[in-house]
Design a protein around this ligand. Structure first.
Ligand code: ASP
Length: 254
């Protein structure tokens, strides 16, 4: 309240400052990505390009399958929501996630879309979305799994069935610990590599193209949060069709 207005104002200003810094970094990011990729190919040569391309395509295929199979069936069978309508309404936050590679930076856009377009109440969306953007990183877990197998192949290490189980468990845990900002997923990959005895230097192999992979996995991460939000809204009786969504919107405006 008023008693601590200076502290509150200080916090708000600090928040503005951080947002501005993120903004500046985002503008510089393309040059940084160019530098990182340039370094990867300058040191590894063109021979690195084909395996890296295979890794990139591998991650994209698994992310796509996750979206098409897991999310779409959750939408259809649990949230009882038309996936095409979902995609149309949620494309805005997806584009924000794709361009910023940050679940946290996408949070305001997701919250607004969930409340205004889908008619989910603030009570639900302000709980599920921030929680999801902090701990639900399934796209990141997928990348870490594929990257571990790619690095094992490059180093000629054969992973056993037990190693695969370890990768699944540690990638899930590492993704929960990943912050919703660009590039953290690849740092947390170190944890997974260590668990199966792979050299940490392997991270450098995928780091050069990680910015591109990050764009796709962040989009999957925030889409998962939105699907879960819809499921919660449905089970709480908030989504009874489009009319309900509209009436909630009216109430909110009133
Ligand atoms: N950029 C991802 C996110 O914000 C995290 C990561 O995998 O690096 O969701």
């Amino acid at each position: 309240g008023d008693k601590v207005s200076t502290v509150r104002k200080g916090m708000e200003e600090l928040n503005n400052l951080v947002l501005k810094l993120v903004d500046i970094i985002m503008q510089l990011a393309p040059f940084g990505v160019y530098g990182l990729i340039g370094k990867t190919f300058a040191t590894l040569g063109y021979t690195a390009m084909l395996p890296l391309l295979k890794y990139f395509i591998g991650v994209i295929i698994v992310l796509l399958l996750h979206y098409l199979i897991t999310y779409q069936s959750l939408l259809i069978f649990v949230a009882k929501y038309n996936p095409i309508k979902f995609l149309k309404k949620f494309s805005g936050p997806m584009m924000v996630a794709f361009s910023t590679s940050s679940s946290s930076a996408t949070l305001p856009s997701s919250m607004e879309t969930m409340q205004d377009e889908f008619g989910v109440s603030k009570t639900i969306s302000s709980f599920t979305l921030p929680l999801g953007s902090t701990i639900n990183m399934d796209g990141t877990a997928i990348m870490q799994g594929v990257a571990t197998i790619f690095i094992a192949q490059i180093y000629g290490v054969n992973l056993t069935m037990g190693d695969f189980v370890t990768v699944i468990i540690t990638a899930t845990l590492a993704s929960i610990g990943t912050a919703g900002v660009p590039g953290v997923g690849v740092i947390m990959l170190g944890m997974v590599l260590q668990q199966v005895g792979l050299p940490l230097e392997g991270m450098a192999l995928v780091m050069g193209i990680d910015r591109f992979v990050d764009m796709f996995r962040t989009t999957v991460n925030i889409t998962g949060d939105a699907v879960c939000t819809l499921i919660v809204a449905r089970t709480e009786g908030e989504l009874k069709g489009e009319e309900v969504a509209a009436s909630v919107k009216k109430n909110k405006l009133a």
